[in-house]
Ligand binder design. Structure first.
Ligand SMILES: [Fe+2]
Length: 278
């Protein structure tokens, strides 16, 4: 099926139907896989999509095995009345990679926007292309990052885990280096629910604040970060091994409802950074 393709800035592509009546299922899966492998993010807008969770799940199953959570295959990202974790609040979500606290690391996320937050309510999903960052980072900075690792611990409804990852890590399947980093939320942010544990090793304590600040400036620089502002019916594929992602805060009680499925890929990756999970 033909579709209109537009480059997103600073990376990724937007696919739109030509007639306006095409179903997302009519796009060849191999074509989507190849596009994702080259562009790292695909947003599809204006296609007919899924009327329910079963349709979304069966569609994703044609790509690869789905990662199974205690809640099943689909995460319903919707604000809870009294959230016990920032995921289900309307706060921002720090940049991270999926599966960092689990036994297996998914290769791809698929998001389906059931209900957009609404214009001016924010709640975009943020994506950072770490391959692109490293291609434009000086040798001097790369050398300083090479010796740094971070230790993360996090306990929430679905796991209690500890992970140690070097900032610079070889992509598990391709011949380039990526950044693995879970941004610590500000300690002064009392509204952020359930702070994860965070520790930096490889540099002295005095150097840590500057390292965090410089890395955050790089990750959030407009030339490295794409924010997807949701419209109802959007579907987004993202490359979890190359990108980091997070979420903008959104206005309280905005009707934001996103479904997320994680695809494990053809050969599921055992998490090389996991110390334990309970
Ligand atoms: Fe995530």
């Amino acid at each position: 099926m033909d579709f209109k393709i537009t480059k997103l800035q600073p990376f990724g592509v937007l696919l739109e139907p030509i007639q306006g009546k095409e179903h997302i299922r009519d796009i060849a899966i191999n074509e989507l896989k190849e596009l994702l492998s080259n562009e790292h993010l695909i947003a599809l807008r204006g296609f007919k999509t899924f009327d329910n969770v079963e349709e979304f799940t069966s569609y994703c199953e044609t790509f690869s095995e789905i990662s199974i959570w205690p809640f099943g295959k689909v995460l319903e990202l919707i604000q809870h009345e009294n959230p016990k974790d920032h995921i289900f609040d309307n706060s921002y979500i720090p940049l991270h990679w999926d599966g960092m606290y689990r036994e297996q690391v998914p290769e791809t996320q698929v998001f389906h926007c059931v209900n957009a937050p609404g214009i001016n309510n924010k709640g975009g999903t943020t994506f950072v292309n770490t391959k692109m960052i490293l291609e434009n980072t000086s040798e001097e900075v790369l050398t300083s990052w090479e010796k740094i690792s971070c230790t993360y611990s996090r306990k929430m409804e679905f796991y209690d885990s500890k992970t140690i990852a070097p900032i610079l890590t070889k992509h598990p399947k391709r011949d380039y280096t990526v950044i693995r980093y879970c941004e610590p939320p500000s300690n002064n942010d009392a509204s952020f629910i359930n702070h994860p544990g965070f520790e930096v090793t490889g540099i002295s304590k005095d150097e840590v604040p500057d390292f965090i600040q410089n890395l955050n400036n790089t990750l959030y620089a407009p030339e490295n970060l794409y924010t997807h502002q949701w419209e109802t019916g959007d579907v987004v594929f993202s490359d979890n091994h190359t990108l980091l992602h997070g979420r903008e805060a959104f206005n309280k009680n905005a009707p934001r409802h996103i479904r997320r499925i994680q695809l494990l890929g053809d050969k599921p990756l055992d998490n090389p950074h996991l110390i334990y999970t309970k």
